[in-house]
Design a protein around this ligand. Structure first.
Ligand code: C5P
Length: 309
């Protein structure tokens, strides 16, 4: 990785700099159990971090403010979750330390891959460690949960069962199946609003959480995970509402994908393969048809994602 390419403005500054990677996720299962009184939905979902990441570069400044820039200029604003995460930490601890944040997006936006949530969690973790802040993991978790349902997952990453709104995390020690070594992601050229997808659920989409429980056991006992074990309660509605997603799914199947699942609220679809030889024709076919395609792997980023200068 070339850090100076990821942090172009870093070369022009003399302030202290911290550089982190911010990984995406997929949902192996997503059970929606029902709608809650607060308007959110009760979930049981198994999430896994994948080796597709944005980079964040932080520079301390003498000004009492936070500013950010992003290679996707439409995301450069004070409402961005990275700014809100840094603000929340500063407010909690009464800090005056100024900060500039450069966000380099590679993970597709509004795609069901948790990119924005991951950026927020990476910001919380980076500032906690870099500035050696007196803030516990429980306090970081509370800030993360206030920023979004998926943000707490990214404080630990790896493989986890996420319940409640998504904010109650149980890390899982997994034996990742060799048959699922390669994850092929296909992103149709539309963005999907998570709120709309949840609003369009019908009660027949609800489950009792059995899909997530079953896969939790299968992953922990190496009992062999089948494609048919993966499930997403949001998939029916998304395929019905967005013909672009249904078409991409069909094209993946036609190209030889053994099965296709939606990640989160989509529109990104994924399939898994044991070998690159099996994945390559599907990757090539979907790329030729103009889709954004990513060939990636499950990873646990716990120990390797922070660099200080
Ligand atoms: O928590 P977050 O802001 O990421 O959620 C975005 C939207 O997705 C919420 O406003 C809500 O409409 C929907 N959502 C939900 N149930 C969840 C998580 C999200 O209904 N467990």
């Amino acid at each position: 990785m070339n850090q100076s390419q990821d942090c172009p403005q870093q070369q022009a500054t003399s302030g202290k700099v911290c550089f982190v990677q911010s990984y995406a996720k997929i949902n192996l299962t997503l059970d929606v159990l029902g709608k809650r009184a607060d308007g959110y939905h009760e979930l049981a979902t198994i999430m896994q971090t994948i080796d597709l990441y944005d980079t964040l570069c932080f520079t301390t400044t003498n000004e009492d403010r936070i500013s950010m820039s992003c290679n996707r200029t439409e995301l450069s604003n004070d409402n961005n979750l990275v700014v809100r995460a840094a603000q929340a930490l500063r407010q909690k601890l009464g800090l005056r330390q100024g900060l500039t944040i450069e966000l380099n997006k590679r993970v597709p936006v509004a795609a069901g891959l948790g990119g924005g949530s991951s950026n927020a969690a990476a910001t919380l973790l980076a500032l906690q460690r870099w500035w050696q802040l007196p803030v516990s993991m429980q306090e970081l978790w509370e800030i993360a949960a206030s920023l979004g349902s998926d943000v707490p997952f990214f404080l630990t990453g790896g493989l986890a069962l996420c319940e409640g709104r998504g904010e109650r995390i149980t890390p899982l020690a997994a034996h990742w199946p060799a048959a699922m070594r390669w994850l092929l992601l296909v992103k149709p050229a539309i963005g999907v609003s998570t709120a709309t997808v949840f609003r369009n659920l019908t009660s027949s989409d609800y489950t009792n959480g059995a899909w997530s429980r079953a896969i939790e056991v299968a992953l922990q006992t190496q009992s062999g995970l089948q494609a048919s074990d993966l499930y997403n309660s949001l998939e029916r509605g998304v395929l019905a509402q967005y013909p672009e997603v249904a078409q991409a799914r069909q094209e993946m199947l036609d190209a030889g994908a053994p099965y296709v699942r939606l990640s989160g609220s989509g529109p990104t679809l994924f399939s898994t393969f044991a070998t690159l030889t099996e994945a390559a024709p599907v990757q090539q076919a979907l790329h030729t048809q103009g889709y954004e395609v990513y060939l990636t792997r499950a990873i646990n980023p716990a120990n390797n994602d922070i660099t200080y200068f």
